[in-house]
Design a protein around this ligand. Structure first.
Ligand SMILES: O=C(CO)[C@@H](O)[C@H](O)COP(=O)(O)O
Length: 234
């Protein structure tokens, strides 16, 4: 499973669908992840929550290590909804994470975080919550592989999509043609075109894929919609 989730890809950005497993059957996580990849997922979006930055608790690097022992080459996008994310960079890398996406709101030294992540060879993502202005990403935008625009308040799956976050996506795409822009929260077939027409090319969808009667069909629809938006922008 290859995923060109590399930032600032001069060959042009690609449509990528990354299901969130937060609302999957976590007692059957290996199967769920394998099923999502077999259903056409480009990468897996793994939500790490510490109960401090967000009011929820999920899993950490030990689970990632077990997953990676079974799923050798999938792209693991670690969405680190944790305070002091720098504490976990080494462990996540050693456990098999591909990308380490931390939240700008969780560290006073984002440059240091970026440097430490890059030292491991992992890709770097920075996420911002709904109340964080997109301009706060600008000092780091040329040093990261992906910008994550939250379209819900982080902490749980199944929430309603916040369309008023899309101007952030539009601003980034208008100014950074080759940047990977990810949206996450409440995204599905009913609003993915809004996201991709504004410039998102990496789509995190949890509930809309996990609960779908036909995951392969849903992923394919999401991907085609994003591909069409990218072609229209050329
Ligand atoms: O990080 C989060 C929530 O905090 C997201 O990854 C959600 O888990 C996505 O799930 P849906 O909103 O698509 O159900």
């Amino acid at each position: 499973m290859s995923c060109s989730c590399s930032g600032n890809n001069k060959n042009g950005i690609q449509a990528m669908i990354g299901p969130s497993i937060l609302n999957a059957d976590l007692s059957n996580l290996k199967f769920e992840c394998e099923n999502l990849l077999e259903s056409g997922a480009d990468y897996l979006h793994l939500d790490v929550m510490d109960g401090h930055f967000v009011p929820n608790l999920t899993f950490g690097h030990p689970v990632v290590k077990c997953l990676r022992s079974h799923i050798k080459d999938a792209f693991f996008d670690m969405h680190m909804m944790v305070d002091q994310p720098e504490k976990w960079i080494k462990d996540m890398h050693e456990s098999g994470a591909t990308q380490f996406t931390f939240h700008l709101e969780t560290t006073k030294t984002p440059e240091e975080c970026i440097r430490k992540i890059k030292e491991t060879g992992m890709k770097v993502g920075i996420g911002i919550k709904p109340n964080t202005p997109v301009e706060q990403l600008l000092p780091f935008i040329n040093d990261i592989d992906m910008a994550l625009i939250m379209t819900v308040e982080p902490g749980k799956g199944g929430q309603s999509f916040m369309a008023d976050m899309l101007p952030k996506v539009k601003f980034l795409r208008e100014n950074f043609q080759y940047l990977n822009i990810e949206v996450d929260g409440g995204v599905g077939p009913g609003n993915v075109k809004l996201c991709s027409d504004n410039g998102a090319n990496m789509i995190v969808a949890g509930t809309s894929i996990i609960n779908s009667k036909n995951r392969k069909e849903t992923i394919s629809l999401l991907k085609q919609t994003v591909q069409d938006s990218i072609l229209q922008r050329k």
